[in-house]
Design a protein around this ligand. Structure first.
Ligand SMILES: Cc1cc2nc3c(=O)[nH]c(=O)nc-3n(C[C@H](O)[C@H](O)[C@H](O)COP(=O)(O)OP(=O)(O)OC[C@H]3O[C@@H](n4cnc5c(N)ncnc54)[C@H](O)[C@@H]3O)c2cc1C
Length: 209
């Protein structure tokens, strides 16, 4: 009488196989847990600017290079309405999408302030226009995009013999970026921080006109 061969696993092999199964199950679980929110709908939005889903690594770092949060996409807006449309869309996706949004100026802040893990980073520097408008007169002021660098504001206003009252010591920072933390340097003792010298701010929400 012939019997099919019976293979006995040595205890060590059993241990390896069990280990492999646990690893496999863990991988499946991890894959499920990391299931990405459905961002394909972002591509359907009517924007003047665009989303980049591939070149996102620069937006994953803070200035100290200590915090790494890889975003799902970077929005390069050309208009304010690009931002409003995107925010509204993400809001409409609901909390289950777990998609978050972060504005990014020149990326010189620390500890993930301008970052979002697997969310959407809005690259404020690509916001085109309005061009820097310098208004002269008895109370001169400048009208400028939040993504503009302070160094450019200085160069433009100097053409009119003017300069912002309140500075940061380092000028390769964006308007929106420094206003988010007040913006302080030596002139703040006399004129207050930069935020105290703002006449008007346009706050972009998901509400469209
Ligand atoms: C070398 C160096 C020198 C510095 N010198 C000074 C100084 O002299 N005085 C001083 O006060 N600070 C100084 N800072 C700190 C600096 O002002 C802050 O880190 C500032 O937030 C960086 O601006 P950013 O354009 O890089 O903004 P980011 O780092 O890109 O963003 C900072 C924060 O602002 C938000 N944000 C950016 N843009 C917008 C926007 N348009 N609308 C809404 N939210 C926005 C981001 O979401 C984030 O929360 C310095 C930093 C560095 C690295």
């Amino acid at each position: 009488m012939r019997y099919p061969p019976v293979y006995f696993l040595k205890p060590m092999n059993t241990f390896i196989i069990k280990g492999f199964m646990i690893l496999f199950v863990s991988c499946v679980t991890i894959k499920l847990n990391l299931c990405s929110p459905n961002t394909s709908s972002l591509n359907t939005l009517p924007l003047d600017g665009h989303f980049n889903f591939h070149e996102v690594h620069h937006a994953a770092r803070d200035f100290g290079n200590r915090y790494q949060f890889l975003p799902m996409a970077v929005l390069h807006p050309k208009t304010v309405s690009d931002i409003a449309t995107t925010i509204k869309h993400i809001w409409d996706m609901g909390p289950h999408s777990e998609l978050t949004v972060a504005a990014r100026g020149h990326g010189h802040s620390l500890q993930g302030q301008a970052q979002t893990q697997r969310g959407v980073v809005i690259n404020m520097e690509s916001l085109e226009g309005p061009e820097i408008q310098v208004y002269t007169g008895s109370s001169p002021y400048v009208d400028v995009s939040g993504g503009e660098l302070w160094i450019n504001v200085l160069h433009e206003s100097l053409k009119y013999g003017l300069a912002p009252k309140s500075w940061t010591d380092y000028l390769h920072l964006t308007i929106g970026g420094t206003l988010s933390n007040a913006g302080i340097s030596g002139q703040a003792f006399r004129h207050g921080p930069q935020i105290s010298n703002v006449h008007q701010l346009e706050v972009v929400t998901g509400l469209l006109n």
